[in-house]
Design a binder for this molecule. Structure first.
Ligand code: CP
Ligand code: NVA
Length: 306
């Protein structure tokens, strides 16, 4: 039996692997920008299962596979039997008999866990309701490129305690940084995670207090995919949690701002926030490509060596 490595949360990496992956992502980016051809996955295929919309995730995985000399298949539940009720377990067994790696964006995290359990090839979490680990690879690469090691720094996450926030807690643990989360009452991240990492993760109600001295300020949408009906009420509930250049002025002088995008200007960020020189969101978006190439390389190491 092959040793199959999945990437369902950041905890599927050791701290050392996470750091090496970031270094490798920086190197793959340099190679790509220099026009060096590197095709370790000729004749290999990635299946990309999207049960939710995507711009960055789809483009980065598909382009990454093309650059590696392989191919990526876009599969939506609308046009596959997954959408007509073929069990996850059967779909996983069938797909993994044909492709080399599978990426899934879905709702319940348990769904991707079940899929991985039955897959004979690596499964990557491309976002679930609970976690978005691929985004953290890109965010951490971006911080590294702009400011060096994040170890010992203070990160402030402002907004909903959602999949991004949960993944930031995992990153704080692996990369050794302090995380202060400013969220309204009732919108906290997973309590099991905050309890487990209370030595470095804190919850603060006032964004102006949370952001003090932060080296990285992050936010995300107030209503995630699947919560569209709550959008209007959430705008009320999150009032006062908007990130703006004025709020950033309370962070450390060398602070950078990130947002996984798509952003809602006028809601979680002020209209001018993405144009502020402290915003590194376009590099962050680009790094999805490079960081995920490093991830694919790690998960398919055995295939590449063959
Ligand atoms: N940040 C992110 O995952 O973007 P998409 O939803 O466009 O893939
Ligand atoms: N929290 C957002 C992230 C989108 C990339 C969502 O789940 O919709």
């Amino acid at each position: 039996m092959k040793n199959i490595r999945h990437f369902l949360t950041l905890n599927d990496l050791t701290a050392a692997e996470f750091k090496q992956l970031l270094e490798r992502a920086v190197e793959l980016k340099r190679m790509q920008h220099a026009g060096e051809l590197y095709q370790p996955l000729v004749n290999r295929t990635m299946a990309m299962v999207f049960e939710k919309s995507s711009t960055r995730t789809r483009i980065s995985f598909e382009t990454g596979m093309t650059q590696f000399g392989g191919h990526a298949l876009f599969l939506s539940p609308k046009d596959t039997q997954l959408g007509r009720g073929e069990p996850i377990e059967d779909s996983a067994r069938v797909m993994s008999r044909m492709v080399d790696i599978i990426m899934i964006r879905t709702f319940e995290h348990s769904k991707i866990e079940r899929f991985a359990q039955y897959s004979e090839v690596p499964v990557i979490n491309a976002l679930t309701d609970d976690f978005h680990p691929c985004q953290l690879l890109a965010d951490m690469q971006t911080y590294l490129e702009h400011r060096g090691s994040i170890a010992g720094k203070k990160v402030c996450y402002i907004g909903d305690g959602n999949n991004m926030c949960n993944s930031y807690i995992n990153a704080a643990n692996l990369l050794d940084f302090e995380l202060c989360i400013a969220c309204p009452d009732g919108f906290e991240p997973m309590s099991t995670l905050t309890a487990q990492h209370q030595n470095r993760v804190s919850i603060e109600r006032d964004p102006a207090v949370a952001v003090k001295g932060a080296h990285l300020v992050v936010t995300d949408v107030w209503a995630s995919m699947g919560q569209e009906k709550e959008q209007a009420t959430r705008i009320q509930q999150f009032s006062g949690f908007q990130v703006s250049p004025a709020l950033m002025d309370s962070a450390a002088p060398e602070a950078v701002f990130m947002h996984c995008l798509p952003a809602h200007r006028g809601e979680e960020i002020s209209t001018e926030m993405l144009d502020d020189p402290r915003a590194v969101v376009w590099d962050e978006a680009e790094n999805r490509l490079h960081a995920q190439k490093a991830l694919i390389e790690l998960l398919l190491m055995d295939v590449i060596k063959e």
